[in-house]
Design a protein around this ligand. Sequence first.
Ligand code: ARE
Ligand code: CA
Length: 453
Amino acid sequence: PAVAAPTGSKKVIANLFEWNWPSVASECTSTLGPKGYGYVQVSPPQEHVRGNQWWVAYQPVSYRIESRKGTRDQFRSMVATCQAAGVKVIVDAVVNHMSGQSGGGTGWAGSSYQHHVYPGIYQAQDFHYCGRNGNNDIVNYNDRYEVQNCELVNLADLKTGSDYVRSRLAAYLNDLLSLGVDGFRLDASKHMPAADIANILSRLNRRPYIVQEVIYGAGEPIRPEEYTGNGDVHEFRYGKDLARVFRSERLAYLRNFGAGWGHLPSGVSSVFIDNHDTQRDDGGVLTYRDRGIYALANAFMLAWPYGSPTVMSSYTYSSRDAGPPSDSNNKTRNTVCYSGWECEHRWPVIANMVGFRNATEGTGVSNWYDNGAQHIAFSRTGKGFITINDEDFAINGRSYYTGLPAGRYCDVIHGTFSSGTCSGPIITVDTNGWFTANVPAHDAIAIHISARL
Ligand code: ARE
Ligand code: CA
């Protein structure tokens, strides 16, 4: 029922975490479309509990498309604007559960609710009560029943095996499809049997792109592989392993990065350096706070032909729960890049490497080189070439074999190619496919066929 792997020639996803709808729309037009991003992933759009923490979005109280990020009309208009800019829209869909506050209250758009009672939508009988741990919460991830039938941090766990719940969830997703949405990130997929997800997807009016959140946990019985029949699955090992390589191992090890490391098969793997959870909760991964090394890790991800890459775009935070810049009613403010918002997807190295990904789509790796340590290089056969030097010293005067047609290419790590000119250094590939250049410490050079002068 679902489309595994993003479709179209532009496959890179930008995750504009917690951006409001008008800001997403203008970013599609001004940046995402022009830079070659094929998709934007947006935060959950449904009505949620009130509060200023970012995670209120993960506590639905109704399926009205009205949230701190904007109204239904603003959402619809954002989808149309993005698509007109050539950018498809993926929605973070919360379908495993409803709110988790033990008391009740009034949601963002005015719907009243109790824990396990959402008038007109779900009643007490529509939820699991697993009878474990005294409070029905998940404790033991080594127990399949518990993970799928108990409550994830007290969030009211929907009976996704029931016909009514399945039809209600499908109605929500079909409503989003009717607003033009192209795909879904299915939140907390591990907490639903893969067959329940398959049943819900079979009820959709169109085939969306699907990516499921199933966090790999060593020794856990529920494995990411179980879900690949429904669509893509987030590969959480990718960002952890890549961070370890950059921080304390050798870039030379990356020669078979991906499936060769035990990760999911490339065609169903959704990869990222960090996401909104791991940047907060997983000390191991690289994030915007790592600046240059973070940019280099993203450059590697975009250059390396494994999985479907998502570029994370964050707001600046100093404590885990802190929400995005918002007004006194907790309505999210318009994004101002580099002022409260990190906008990693705009960093020149990252944004220009999206063009590299698009130009090299469908080609394999050739001409791999490494020095046994932190200096690597490879071609994307006939279309592009990158060398990354993560040594503490510059590597000067070395020649590289690219296999590319002779010509003058823009180094897209240090310059932007636009209307036939390059704002940075130009790399000259000779008639035998070689060039000679200096690569500073912790830096890179990348060239490709679509940025040739
Ligand atoms: C908040 C409060 C809680 C409170 C709850 C209900 O923090 O104290 O009990 O509200 O009132 C996000 C936040 C949570 C937040 C929740 C609801 O992270 O803090 O709770 O929203 O507002 C597991 C799941 C995985 C999940 C991660 C976080 O398997 O699906 O935990 N990730 C998604 C989203 C999150 C989101 C939710 C799910 C809920 O990306 O942002 O939570 O919608 C091992 C296992 C993993 C496990 C991990 C952490 O690694 O292998 O499976 O991930 O441990 O427990
Ligand atoms: Ca569940």
